[in-house]
Design a protein around this ligand. Structure first.
Ligand code: AMP
Length: 400
């Protein structure tokens, strides 16, 4: 019988899902996807086929007080009705933090769940929302195998020097160090690049994951060696609403001189900064690129400038650059951002082909470019589906 794998990617106000059914070779193929949005406000469920056709939609009133469990029950009931004869084998979850321990996906049991709850302090804005559906699903569908796939796992290959803050040793030993995130996306891209350009993939590659969350990763011979994201998901590049790296002295200034408390500073750093904070207009790159407001142009300029600085830094960490890859919402769709970054990176051997760039071709550099530049769509959900299938297959083999 064919296998069904449900992939769950849950945030603070939405639960995204994708249903994969195995093909003749046992490989997962996307069958349907959707989400529950407006959790705690006015929940809205939508499910679509792989081609985007709307298959089902339901809204609940704002005062319906529906909890995670009831919404997940609705989602899982819908999924069970759309298995096309396959059997639902497992749910794979995106979990932002695997801490220092988890370098690979893991089957979740009570013990693992408790351990992952211990990492909530390391990712307070993401981890609780990632874990809530695991707990809810265990109640509404007891017995369903659940696999946690971590955004940090791909970066566990980073050398110690890349993960250590210059803090007293005891703090480092407690786990105050760089972890890096967006690992499922980088892992997917590293595998795709091996298919597209195996020679470059065996070398020194910088991948720019530029979405509403943005980061960059140095990948050497397929393994992560350095990342712009650190202890939390607010380091590195400026993002839609997050600051990116910041002199820690600014935090002290906000605390001592501005009288702000920790919660207010957290909101400032995560929700009111980045493209939104600098432009004062929007966190959406499309809006900023279309705006004639000089503050919008400043936000775009700062975003590109920071990417270029980090590119130099990652190339230095790897001792060179053999390929550059753009991915995620802005990386895949914004030709002007790629153009600005590539133009300023000519010193690294990057030569962008403007015509190819404007049409979002897979290869956007000229034949003369020493460093090929690729645009590769990412697919974190597919990565989770593959990991989950592998965990299930190993369990099955072990039971045989
Ligand atoms: P992601 O988090 O990967 O879904 O990326 C979301 C972000 O991608 C949005 O906030 C937009 O800023 C950006 N984006 C999507 N499409 C475009 C586009 N055509 N041009 C520029 N930015 C885009």
């Amino acid at each position: 019988m064919r296998d069904g794998i449900l992939v769950i990617n849950a945030g603070s106000s939405s639960i995204k899902f994708s249903l994969y059914l195995s093909n003749g070779d046992g490989k997962p193929v996307l069958s349907s996807k959707g989400q529950v949005e407006g959790i705690n406000v006015a929940p809205h469920f939508i499910a679509q086929g792989a081609d985007g056709t709307v298959l089902s939609e339901q809204r609940w009133p704002g005062d319906s007080n529906l909890h995670h469990e009831e919404l997940l029950k609705h989602l899982i009931d819908w999924v069970e009705d759309h298995l096309e004869g396959a059997e639902l084998r497992a749910a794979g979850h995106r979990v932002v933090h695997g801490g220092p321990k988890y370098s690979t996906p893991v089957l979740v049991d009570d013990e693992v769940l408790e351990e992952l709850e211990g990492y909530v302090q390391l990712a307070p804005l993401h981890q609780p929302h990632n874990l809530a559906p695991i707990r809810a699903l265990a109640k509404v569908h007891p017995g369903l195998l659940q696999v946690a796939c971590f955004d940090t796992a791909f970066h566990t290959t980073n050398p110690k020097v890349a993960t250590t803050f210059a803090l007293p040793r005891q703090l480092t030993e407690e786990g105050v160090r760089r972890y890096g995130f967006h690992g499922l996306s980088y892992e997917f891209i590293a595998r795709r690049l091996r298919e597209i350009d195996p020679q470059a993939a065996a070398g020194k590659v910088v991948v720019c994951h530029l979405g509403s969350g943005a980061s960059m990763c140095g990948i050497k011979d397929g393994q992560s060696v350095a990342s712009t994201l650190g202890f939390t998901a607010v380091d590195g590049l400026p993002m839609g609403t997050r600051t990116g790296n910041l002199d820690p002295g600014v935090i002290l200034y906000l605390l001592e001189q501005k009288g702000m408390n920790a919660k207010e500073i957290e909101t400032l750093l995560y929700k009111r900064s980045g493209l939104l904070g600098v432009s004062g207009i929007s966190n959406d790159m499309r809006v900023l690129l279309e705006s004639s407001d000089p503050h919008a142009a400043e936000a775009v300029e700062l975003f590109c400038y920071r990417i270029c600085r980090e590119l130099g830094s990652l190339a230095a960490a790897m001792g060179g650059l053999d390929a550059l890859v753009f991915t995620a919402g802005i990386g895949e769709h914004s030709a002007p951002v790629r153009e600005k970054v590539c133009a300023a990176s000519a010193w690294l051997g990057v030569d962008v082909d403007p015509a190819a760039n404007v049409r979002h071709a897979q290869l956007v550099s000229t034949p003369a470019s020493k460093v090929p530049v690729y645009v590769i769509p990412t697919d974190e959900e597919m990565m989770i589906a593959k990991h989950t299938r592998n965990v299930v297959s190993k369990l099955r083999q072990a039971a045989e």
